[in-house]
Design a protein around this ligand. Structure first.
Ligand code: SPV
Ligand code: MN
Length: 631
């Protein structure tokens, strides 16, 4: 034992690990791994090291320690725990998240970047000694089914049992796969430390929170933060590294759900959907009657001419706000039944978690991320403190869910028939439409995706273009990213149909024109479109549903009548608003994307021409009843 661990790394590991943990690490014969763990130990100086294999015993230890350290507290329902992040550490920090860029290189003005040497020096200084008194936990994962053509191996080093617990719920452990691959294993590396903790086990030095991405060595460092979106390497930090790898290798790493939509005669059709954070991605994937395969991230590859997709994750780190028995029956049931669930940043009263808009009255007092809470409590500036944070979250595994898709662990993934882009656009795009082809769809709905930032990031409430809903996680220029996307479609025998949805369209009085339950109808319509079961209307911005088709699906799925006026409100083309949208998008690409593919301007230009032509014929408002049927 230990024969493969050599030299200085060997000494460091021998000194820091007890016999059992040293054996576990040494059993993976990969010198790069040993070197990496030794470097983390030397820098962060943990008091203990725990190596997590795939065994149930090791996972149990992590669950127990998460509670024993006080990072999590048990709740009344069996298997449920709660974790609090500090009041200032409740969402992704875009400002503090930077790429380490070698001298003479730049990712472009749209990116937050820092000189690599300078950044490494800074983050090393912040990590130095940061794990004193803590346990370093070393975990092994596979993004994607273990041993599949999609998979990426990862090592996470963290001093947080909460982070480790989240990750064993959300990712496939792959200690044995590391052993099998041995010397040949290539892997992404993640180093996280919560830094100094106060008596509530909360990061004290959140002002010195840093998340630095070193794409040269595929290593991400995160320090002085606990919010899982900043601290869990495997989630969005790994997505950033995966996007670079994907562009190099000609596949797609996306901020998308994957779901099976069930059509007539027992047919199941897979869709992937890209939505900005906080805009209905998980809730769409959890639509009653359908099956969920992924709620946040998808890897999509061309396998023998077919677009096939896997979920690099096996769980949900989801938003609690708005989950009520009425709006989200499936998730609500899971969150109130026995089983493994981690809640974060909720209100706790008598061992029960409470969150905003949960469809019931909240207690008047309890404990939340701000400490003891009572109705009317204010912060130092006199602002009222809410009962729970807007970005309060839950973590659950997909496997125990009754609606989990049976293909979740298929190493070859599932065939994608459709891709959906969901924007948050109050003014222009209709509720649902289909792109004329791959290029039109990915540009008009994906590359032109507009949204308003939500509470999932610190700079909430900003209108912006969020390319393919993945902009926050891009690690290559937008131009390079889009070129890869365009080429990917060309390489497929039959690219997936592309759809744009806009759940957030308002009418002239500022009222929502659709409600959450109607998502079920649009999914069924898209499923039928993919198979050519229903026709469509030819609009200037895409192909629109016909009234009779939607009316039939409404009856079938919701048991409701679909009034003509409602259809007209949802599908009237607003010409000036659509022209203004094109202008905003063009301006964004002209200003911020110097390497934008020509196709972006061609597709938008052609859309403008179609809109102007419609305006000449019909005026500013184009009712769907005025449209002709598409061939
Ligand atoms: C999102 O904000 O898009 C999430 C949660 O899915 S996070 O882990 O913060 O990215
Ligand atoms: Mn997300």
């Amino acid at each position: 034992m230990g024969g493969s661990v050599s030299g200085r790394a060997h000494q460091i590991l021998r000194n820091a690990l007890d016999e059992a943990n040293f054996r576990k690490l040494a059993a993976i014969e990969n010198p790069f791994l040993h070197q990496f763990v030794a470097e983390v130990i030397e820098l962060c100086q943990p008091s203990r090291v725990f190596v997590c294999t795939d065994s149930e015993e090791d996972k149990r230890f992590i669950r127990e320690q998460a509670v024993a350290t006080g990072e999590e507290r048990p709740l009344a329902i069996e298997g449920h725990t709660v974790h609090f992040d500090g009041p200032k550490d409740q969402s992704r920090d875009r400002e503090a998240t930077k790429y380490l860029v070698p001298k003479g290189e730049s990712l472009g003005s749209a990116f937050n970047q820092i000189d690599r040497d300078e950044g490494l020096a800074e983050i090393r200084e912040l990590l130095r000694g940061s794990m004193r008194g803590h346990t370093l936990i070393v975990l092994f994962f596979s993004l994607g089914p273990v041993g599949s053509p999609f998979s990426i191996l990862c090592v996470q080093c963290t001093d947080s049992f909460y982070v480790a617990h989240n990750e064993i719920l959300l990712y496939r452990t792959a200690y044995e796969q590391f052993r099998r691959e041995g010397k040949g294993a290539e892997f992404f590396r993640f180093v996280h430390s919560s830094g100094r903790l106060d008596e509530n086990m909360v990061s004290v030095d959140w002002r010195k929170r840093r998340i630095y991405i070193d794409y040269i060595t595929n290593t991400v460092y995160s320090v002085n933060t606990q919010y899982a979106g900043n601290s869990m390497g495997l989630k969005k930090l790994a997505l950033r590294l995966a996007i670079r790898k994907a562009a190099r290798e000609g596949w797609l790493a996306e901020h998308m759900f994957i779901m099976g939509v069930h059509g007539p005669g027992g047919r199941k059709t897979y869709f992937a959907g890209a939505f900005p954070s906080g805009c209905g991605k998980t809730s769409t994937a959890m639509t009653p009657g359908e099956t969920i395969l992924a709620d946040d991230i998808a890897y999509i590859r061309n396998i023998n001419g077919e677009a096939r997709a896997v979920n690099p994750e096996i769980g949900i780190f989801g938003i609690l706000k708005g989950i009520s028995p009425d709006r989200e029956p499936l998730i609500y049931r899971i969150l109130t039944s026995p089983g493994e669930v981690i809640f974060s940043n909720v209100l706790v009263k008598d061992g029960r978690p409470y969150w905003l808009d949960m469809g019931r009255e909240l207690p008047k007092e309890g404990v939340n991320p701000w400490g003891r809470w009572w109705e009317g409590k204010t912060d130092e500036e006199g602002n009222p403190i809410p009962p729970a944070h807007k970005n309060a979250r839950y973590t659950v595994s997909l496997h125990p869910l009754p609606n989990c898709d049976p293909e979740l662990d298929n190493p070859m993934g599932v065939p994608l028939s459709g891709i959906i882009y969901g924007c948050r656009d109050a003014r222009a795009y209709v509720i649902v439409q289909q792109g004329f082809d791959w290029l039109h769809g990915i540009i008009a709905y994906g590359a032109a995706l507009e949204t308003v930032t939500m509470f999932t990031v610190l700079d909430e409430g900003k209108e912006e273009i969020n390319v393919m809903a993945v902009q926050d996680f891009l690690s290559i220029s937008v131009g390079e990213y889009l070129r890869n996307y365009i080429e990917f479609g060309k390489g497929l025998r039959e690219p997936p149909a592309v759809f744009g949805v806009n759940y957030f369209l308002l009418d002239e009085n500022g009222e929502q024109v659709a409600n959450i339950h109607e998502r079920a109808v649009w999914l069924k319509w898209m499923e039928r479109r993919v198979h050519g079961d229903v026709g469509a209307l030819l609009g200037p911005t895409g192909l629109l549903p016909k009234f009779d088709d939607l009316r039939a699906i409404y009856r079938e799925v919701l048991g409701e009548e679909y009034p003509r006026e409602r259809y007209e409100r949802q599908f009237t083309i607003r010409v000036p608003e659509n022209l203004a949208k094109i202008e905003r998008v063009e301006r964004f690409y002209q200003r911020h994307v110097p390497d934008a593919p020509e196709e972006v301007f061609q597709v938008l230009g052609a859309q403008r021409e179609r809109l102007l032509e419609a305006q000449r014929r019909f005026g500013d408002r184009l009712s769907p009843f005025q449209l002709e049927e598409a061939a």
